[in-house]
Ligand binder design. Structure first.
Ligand code: SF4
Ligand code: SF4
Length: 178
């Protein structure tokens, strides 16, 4: 396995998994979101609230992934970061995650070009970056935070924490999530 630029064994990129939701509801228009901002503006033009709201909560970015030597293809596994709660599909300690998982990389407009290849093809940031529309199951379209799970996109209840495996055997846990 080839090391990626962000950590020894995996890339962990996330964009506000926990700050997206307020009381179980998506951040609302009152929270400062412009109408259909994901269609009308580019990533670099989004407000902080819009940037956060764009995350679909799939959890795919919190899975361990690797690149094989001589192959630029990023392989996903079903092994999640030690702070990820596979049941709720959220980070257990988002506020202090960097203290606990120093290689957790926060996705920003500044680093997106560098990390985009490590993001899943369904990721809303990747879709916008590539000029593609969001999927119908995205909460900004469906209006429900549950639709990403109902559509079978998220990793909810389908991953195992990294402390339950020997990460030297990571390749045994490779999964094609598409
Ligand atoms: S892959 Fe993208 S949309 Fe899904 S949780 Fe991560 S940042 Fe959010
Ligand atoms: S520290 Fe939290 S946000 Fe970062 S990769 Fe792990 S579970 Fe995801």
């Amino acid at each position: 396995m080839k090391q990626n630029p962000f950590s020894k064994i995996c890339n962990r990129v996330v964009a506000a998994l926990t700050s997206l939701w307020q009381g179980g509801q998506p951040v609302s228009a009152e929270g400062g979101l412009r109408e259909k901002f994901w269609e009308r503006h580019r990533l670099g033009e989004l407000t902080a609230d819009e940037w956060e709201a764009l995350c679909d909560g799939c959890g795919l970015c919190c899975l361990l992934k690797y690149e094989t030597e001589g192959d630029t293809k990023v392989t996903y596994t079903n092994v999640a970061c030690k702070l990820f709660d596979c049941s709720s599909c959220r980070c257990r300690n988002y506020e202090f995650r960097k203290e606990i998982v120093p290689d957790c990389v926060r996705l920003t407009p500044e680093n997106i070009d560098e990390v985009i290849d490590w993001m899943p093809s369904s990721c809303a940031y990747r879709l916008m970056h590539e000029g593609k529309p969001l999927f119908d199951w995205h909460h900004l379209i469906s209006g429900s935070s549950e639709s990403v799970h109902a559509a079978g996109i998220s990793v909810q209840d389908r991953c195992i924490p990294e402390f339950e495996i020997n990460t030297d055997d990571l390749e045994k846990y490779a999964v094609d999530w598409r």
